[in-house]
Design a protein around this ligand. Structure first.
Ligand code: DAH
Length: 342
């Protein structure tokens, strides 16, 4: 080897060695580099040293100096890289391992939807099918066919948005009773879920838009016994041992009419804002279908009788899950809703 060749090798080793040191990403790979470059027995620099005696005497000094300079440079680079890797390792163990993990967020059904599905499940077992109707409904289906005399005070509770041309946002799901009776011949057992609209204040127990589930059974020989037995079975299935009561009531489209209350599950009957202090929560209205409704829909009211109900799954969800304010159902607050994820 000549001096020039040796100096070339030194240059080559300098650039390849330094970049290899820089690229070492673990203490192990850095230690491998150390052995490869400056290892005492077979390191690349040791090999160069072995070439020194073959050079002419006057060239040995400059060659040895070049090799020593390179060794100092490489040693310094190895030490610096080693320190950096140690520091990085220390920093990563300094991360706070007690921090809570990040959960992946799972979507969930809305509590009102959960209750509607439960209601549908219970009535499906009793042979009911599901029917739907329009939310923009005509005056006739919403009121006229349901035996509301025009300007009757019962309509006060059903104020809504009028869209013009005798069309309004339906105030209840009862118009679908009429639509179903017009379309299918008895025997009929149908369940009608859907949204309805009213000019109600947004308070702990009212909302201007809410879900209802309507039920209708029409056949020969249907009596109030069927109504009471079915609804009692239903509330047992849905709410277990919760106390219930029937109260006489009035609806233009049923005669006789009743309302069903459950003992408020939030205050256990002692009175709270969710039950307006009464200790009871009204969950449904019901009654024997008024013959005028059957006649309006073209069903022979001499031959057929029926019973019907309309319930508010939002109110039932409040009872079921202990929700103190109906407005929580409309806030779309993920912290509230995710509690219902199963
Ligand atoms: N449509 C009534 C309302 O929204 C509820 C209702 C009461 C429905 C009695 C019925 C019924 O089918 O028989 O206030």
């Amino acid at each position: 080897m000549t001096l020039a060749e040796l100096l070339d090798q030194v240059q080559l080793l300098k650039s390849s060695g330094l970049s290899a040191i820089d690229a070492a990403s673990t203490e192990e790979s850095l230690s491998e580099e150390r052995t490869r470059l400056v290892g005492r027995k077979a390191g690349a620099l040791t090999e160069l040293m072995k070439a020194l005696p073959s050079l002419p005497v006057e060239e040995r000094r400059p060659a040895g100096a070049a090799i020593n300079d390179l060794k100092a440079l490489i040693d310094a680079a190895l030490d610096a890289r080693g320190a950096a890797l140690t520091q990085h390792a220390v920093r990563s163990t300094q991360q706070d391992l007690s921090l809570p993990g990040r959960r992946t967020w799972r979507g969930a059904k809305h509590p009102t939807t959960l209750v509607m599905e439960e209601i549908e499940g219970i009535f499906r077992e009793l042979g009911f099918t599901v029917a739907l109707g329009p939310e923009a409904e005509t005056d006739w289906y919403n009121f006229g066919a349901l035996n509301f005399p025009s300007d009757h005070p019962a309509m006060d509770m059903h104020d809504t948005l009028y869209l013009g041309d005798g069309v309004l946002l339906r105030t209840h799901t009862s118009p679908v009773q009429v639509r179903t009776l017009q379309r299918y011949a008895p025997p009929i057992r149908v369940l009608v879920p859907g949204n309805v609209y009213r000019r109600d204040f947004f308070d702990p127990s009212h909302a201007p838009m809410f879900a209802q589930v309507e039920g209708l059974a029409v056949d020969e020989g249907i009596s109030f016994v069927d109504l009471k037995a079915t609804l009692t079975h239903f509330t047992k299935q849905l709410l277990g041992s919760a106390r219930t009561r029937f109260r006489p009531s009035y609806f233009p489209f049923t005669e006789p009419s009743a309302e069903m209350d459950v003992e408020c599950q939030l205050c256990k009957g002692s009175g709270c804002p969710a039950c307006k202090g009464t200790g009871w929560s009204e969950i449904l209205g019901a009654g024997m279908v008024h013959p005028g409704v059957l006649d309006a829909a073209g069903v022979d009211s001499e031959k057929y009788t029926g019973w019907a109900f309309g319930m508010g799954p939002g109110r039932i969800a409040m009872q079921r899950y202990g929700i103190p304010d109906i407005r929580l159902l409309y806030d779309s607050d993920v912290r509230f809703l995710e509690q219902f994820a199963t």
